[in-house]
Design a protein around this ligand. Structure first.
Ligand code: FAD
Ligand code: SIN
Length: 540
């Protein structure tokens, strides 16, 4: 067993920034657990940048308004205000930590533009912003004496009162979190990591629930699934954001073509050469919020029976394109596309989960001692549709606030909780997994089902059909999980399937179309549902 003060699950921007802030304010020992190599995270692939009000041509009110408009009536305005007003300071924190952002010729931060923003406010490092943020945070962690980072360690379950040896003393409400069961992927053993003060859930997104996604393989909704199983409240899971433009090419695995490309003047055309956005959003055109652009592309493809649309920036000077989008330029070149001359074939893909584990404004969940931050959460800032580049910002602003809350409240935390004894992981009687092919097949089946039936356009009929199938798959997986020694593929499949079911159940609860959730049988938003989050909680 490992014993520590703070257990952080995940090494993306949320987990790393949180750990650094806690270490700055206290002498606490912090263990960061991450399931693959340390930089592997959604953060590492972020392209466009971080939205923030950085000069006198912009204002907080404008950024707040843009966020609320994109969120289609479901944002929590208090959370949005916090996000926007504390953003510039968090960008400064990154700069102080050594993050190198792109500057213009006058030496000021270069501010890009993206869909739904009424000003240039995207702070970025060319089209490799996430990589640079991850680099700078990891290098600050590497030399920190209070922080230990363990790679190839997979969080299996949160430890709560249910795993107390003295079950009689178990509290009912609120449930307390004491740590997590962690699988050491090299040894195959599951151990307890005991956190005396708090656990931070920062496990990121859920893109792998879908067949086509911009997210890397780690994004398997582990945090939402673990949180839900432990009794955490989850919310607004129906709002899955589909990014309108990912590269359509054999083997490209939904590589993202950043919204910044449209921000720089990129034009969308169908294969007949028509600039179709004029039909869907005549004023904002290519820079309408993502839900509108993704739906427009989807409609265009279905209507015309085509496989992709074209995104063209070849009218910009070649040098400018290569300088601002080196990553996209190089990647497309590998597929025989010279973006300085050719249009880019693009299709939408699952990109971001707006819902998640519900937190308050300082990252607290409904479980005592369990914080959450980053993409795994629902803080209220995104509502029914996230505004571009607001998520890296959310991960920084709310992890900073959680670190403050945690270190400020240390003196009032009950000391007896630190002595609670927990039941060890017991896998006696289980067998080694033999049916690998079944696991791979099930994963693919869930992803295909979600892509076909729970995508950009939904209907009650399709949702119910997918719910029935997912329930069956989920029951099979649970049975398999109980009799088999755990492995990463099995644990991920279990989490993906549960998250898929929760997405479908949330979608079925929302009997209207709003933001990212478009239902053919309820094509309009319903004002009565406008302010209601979709909440799910397991009885434990
Ligand atoms: P992540 O960065 O995903 O980190 C999660 C961490 O948890 C990872 O280290 C992972 O390995 C670990 N983990 C997960 N499950 C477990 C487990 N069971 N056990 C142990 N460890 C676990 N947002 C913007 O604001 N601007 C952008 O320009 C932008 N571009 C994007 C481009 C792409 C291609 C993608 C995929 C996303 C983009 N986003 C962007 C979204 C943004 O990157 C993410 O929302 C944000 O980085 C999430 O940070 P996070 O720390 O919450 O999660
Ligand atoms: C992008 O670069 O288009 C991604 C931005 C985001 O997801 O916020």
């Amino acid at each position: 067993m490992i014993s520590t003060d703070i257990l952080v699950l995940g090494s993306g921007s949320a987990g790393l920034f949180f750990a650094l802030q806690v270490a700055k304010r206290s002498k606490l020992r912090i263990h960061i657990i991450t399931k693959k190599e340390r930089s592997e995270s959604n953060t590492n692939y972020a392209q466009g940048g971080i939205a923030s009000v950085m000069n006198e041509h912009d204002s907080y009110e404008s950024h707040i308004r843009d966020t609320l408009i994109a969120g289609a009536g479901l944002c929590h305005e208090d959370a949005v205000r916090v996000l926007v007003e504390e953003g510039p300071q968090r960008i400064q924190d990154l700069i102080d930590l050594g993050t190198q952002f792109t500057h213009d010729e006058s030496g000021k931060l270069h501010l890009g533009k993206e869909g739904g923003h009424s000003a240039n406010r995207i702070v970025h490092t060319r089209d490799l912003t996430g990589k640079e943020i991850e680099r700078s945070l990891l290098s600050a962690i590497a030399s920190h004496p209070q922080i230990t980072l363990l790679e190839d360690h997979f969080a299996v379950e949160l430890l709560t009162d249910h795993q107390r040896i003295d079950k009689k003393k178990r509290k009912k409400d609120p449930i307390t979190c004491y740590g997590a069961y962690i699988l050491d992927e090299k040894s195959g053993k599951v151990e307890i990591v005991r956190a005396k003060k708090a656990v931070m859930l920062a496990t990121g997104g859920a893109g792998q629930v879908y067949l086509h996604t911009t997210n890397p393989m780690i994004a398997t909704a582990d945090g939402v699934a673990m949180g839900y199983r432990a009794g955490a409240v989850v919310g607004n899971l129906e709002f899955i954001q589909f990014h309108p433009t990912t590269l359509y090419a054999e083997g490209a695995r939904s590589f993202l073509i950043s919204e910044a490309v449209r921000g720089a003047g990129g034009i969308l055309r169908n294969l007949a050469g028509e600039r179709f956005m004029a039909e869907y959003d005549p004023f904002r055109m290519e820079l309408a919020p993502r839900d509108i652009v993704a739906r427009a592309i989807d409609a265009e493809l279905k209507h015309r029976g085509e496989q992709y649309v074209l995104l063209d920036i070849s009218h910009l000077p070649a040098e400018k394109i290569k300088k601002e989008f080196p990553n996209i330029y190089e990647k497309c070149k590998l597929f025989g596309i010279d973006i300085t001359k050719d249009p880019i074939p693009v299709v939408p893909a699952a990109h971001y989960s707006c819902g998640g584990v519900v937190t308050d404004l300082v990252g607290r969940t409904n479980l005592s001692n369990l914080y959450a931050c980053g993409e795994v959460t629902m803080t209220g800032v995104h509502g029914a549709n996230r505004l571009a580049s607001n998520s890296l910002l959310e991960s920084l602003v709310f992890s900073y606030r959680a670190a403050n809350d945690l270190t400020d409240s240390l003196k009032t935390r009950p000391k007896e909780e630190e002595k609670v004894k927990l039941v060890e992981w017991d896998d006696s009687g289980t067998e080694n997994a033999e049916e690998w092919v079944v696991i791979e097949h099930d994963r693919r089946e869930v992803q295909q089902l979600m892509w076909d039936y729970v995508g950009i356009v939904r209907s009650t009929y399709r949702l119910k059909r997918s719910e029935r199938r997912l329930k069956l798959i989920s029951e099979e997986i649970e049975a398999y999980y109980r009799k088999t020694k755990v492995t990463v593929p099995l644990l991920e499949l279990r989490n993906i399937t549960l998250a898929a079911l929760l997405i479908v159940r949330s979608a079925l609860k929302r009997k209207e179309s709003r933001g990212l959730h478009y239902m053919t049988d309820y094509p309009e938003p319903k004002p009565a549902l406008g302010k209601k989050d979709t909440i799910l909680q397991k009885k434990v």
